[in-house]
Design a protein around this ligand. Structure first.
Ligand SMILES: [Cu+2]
Length: 121
């Protein structure tokens, strides 16, 4: 009986915790995809999310891993819950990291990284 109650409590707490975990603002996909090895420099870096990125807190930056790389201002696309930046100059061969930061409906700020590389031609 004790074990059954313990099991029930675990089940209930998992169920209660689930919505916040499942309905957070989260990254769904990106172009370039994470770990992509590109043969041509991307003209646009675009990320799609589970919720509309809130203006003000949501943005993208690009680095080589160490140094900042110049990109346009972050543009939020309402109709497909995405945001993007365009590199201001063609990206030289090498490794890159897109750093994203954003929040959706509940205001919890989330962040993450997408790594990709551009091959020498
Ligand atoms: Cu949340």
């Amino acid at each position: 009986m004790r074990n059954r109650i313990a099991l029930l409590l675990v089940a209930v707490s998992v169920w209660l915790a689930a919505p916040s975990a499942f309905f957070h603002f989260e990254l769904l996909r990106s172009t370039p995809a994470n770990k992509a090895a590109l043969t041509t420099p991307p003209a646009r870096l675009q990320l799609w999310f589970s919720q509309l990125p809130a203006a003000g807190v949501s943005h993208l930056t690009l680095t080589t891993g160490q140094k900042d790389v110049a990109v346009s201002k972050t543009v939020i696309v309402t109709k497909d819950k995405s945001m993007y930046v365009d590199p201001v100059a063609p990206l030289a061969p090498g490794p890159y990291v897109i750093h994203w930061r954003g929040a959706g409906d509940d205001g919890h700020v989330q962040s993450g990284e997408i790594a990709f590389s551009v091959a020498a031609r």
